[in-house]
Design a protein around this ligand. Sequence first.
Ligand SMILES: Nc1ncnc2c1ncn2[C@@H]1O[C@H](COP(=O)(O)OP(=O)(O)OP(=O)(O)O)[C@@H](O)[C@H]1O
Ligand SMILES: Nc1ncnc2c1ncn2[C@@H]1O[C@H](COP(=O)(O)OP(=O)(O)OP(=O)(O)O)[C@@H](O)[C@H]1O
Ligand SMILES: [Mg+2]
Ligand SMILES: [Mg+2]
Lengths: 223, 223
Amino acid sequence: LLRLSGVTKVYAKDGAEVAALAGVDLDIDRGEYVALTGPSGSGKSTLMHLLGCLDRPTAGSYRLAGAEVATLSPDELAAQRRKIGFVFQSFHLLPGATAQANAALPLRYAGVPPHERQDRAAAMLARVGLGERLRHLPRELSGGQQQRVAIARALIAAPELLLADEPTGNLDSRSGTEILALLEELWREGRTLVVVTHDDRLAARARRVIRMLDGRIVADERR
Amino acid sequence: LLRLSGVTKVYAKDGAEVAALAGVDLDIDRGEYVALTGPSGSGKSTLMHLLGCLDRPTAGSYRLAGAEVATLSPDELAAQRRKIGFVFQSFHLLPGATAQANAALPLRYAGVPPHERQDRAAAMLARVGLGERLRHLPRELSGGQQQRVAIARALIAAPELLLADEPTGNLDSRSGTEILALLEELWREGRTLVVVTHDDRLAARARRVIRMLDGRIVADERR
Ligand SMILES: Nc1ncnc2c1ncn2[C@@H]1O[C@H](COP(=O)(O)OP(=O)(O)OP(=O)(O)O)[C@@H](O)[C@H]1O
Ligand SMILES: Nc1ncnc2c1ncn2[C@@H]1O[C@H](COP(=O)(O)OP(=O)(O)OP(=O)(O)O)[C@@H](O)[C@H]1O
Ligand SMILES: [Mg+2]
Ligand SMILES: [Mg+2]
């Protein structure tokens, strides 16, 4: 499903180069459950953004479902992004919209009518324990509650590819376990799940663990 | 050092009341090392903001170093805040300032000359592993790197009271351990340390663990 070949991502900073990704080759098949781990700054979020078509490599190729992403038109790229559920490490909620409106956003893009998408947003928020926070704005929510709104939004259209960048970083172990159970349920229905996590106990639940260091993949183990 | 008595924090939302804190009594002595735990939404960050003089209770009293915080003048309150090192759950870095400038900010308030505060910021950032990221803006840093800048900023003036709201949530276990070692070193020099954490292994290192649930303290154990 996903194939990265020779992928690099280099930033220019003060006349020097920072290699966020320094040569990555990676194949992920449809239906896999992958954990992506590694030290802070090792390139995990950068890799996730490339996989999610939110950024482009400096060099190398990314084929998604057989198509080279760099050759897609802006419309095709946008269409591809909407098939991907992305949980951002920093949430990226709309500050002026309620939890319910934030969670419903992907359905709005999909043309789902207002009443139905509000209902589905309410249901998904209830599943992540926020049934009593539907009308709260992000600034009226705790850190872990904001994280759960971001998760609800990523999952609400039941996309085929789920990319979750540290989805439990702000959650107690019980809430974190519930979130992981929800992600795994969606995966068992046939979806592809990639989770960045700093928690070894979470990584241990995946079927494959990829470890990064300094912009490279240094380990890739299947269980 | 810190005494909360009958503290409540209530928000009005859509004509209903949300009690973020529903009656908290808490004493913390100078030199203590306290972990604050509890489910997402249980009131930990709200409590931390009150302790840090960043917010006021709806009812009840907060005495800090013997003085009732509600009776302080704006200037006295600002002076009190500057003696407290606060690591925010969402970092709150200045987006237009470099890592070095962000870390140096408390020294600027303290009237430290530019050259000295730049040097001290560079040193503190090196201690949290960011010696090669001094000139990066927050958006040019990974999530865990931003968290470490926030930590460096909180610690740089070696304040007597350290309030850290989930300081390792975005860090791998090795970086997290280094950060904790730094916090504990400052504590061993005589400071008061309160850490909110979802990680039981981190909470186990504290000398006292306070557990919250639904805006109340439900457990308070000393080791
Ligand atoms: N401005 C507000 N209006 C209404 N409710 C609020 C507001 N701010 C916070 N809350 C509510 O107060 C409760 C406590 O929030 P707080 O941020 O203290 O939780 P927390 O324990 O830090 O959670 P987490 O572990 O997720 O960070 C939450 O249920 C939240 O929805
Ligand atoms: N715009 C940029 N300019 C320069 N360097 C950048 C930029 N964006 C990211 N970087 C660097 O790229 C590296 C990888 O960042 P990335 O966010 O992928 O790390 P990460 O593995 O997700 O880390 P964390 O676990 O802390 O979230 C970091 O060292 C970061 O400083
Ligand atoms: Mg990251
Ligand atoms: Mg919090």
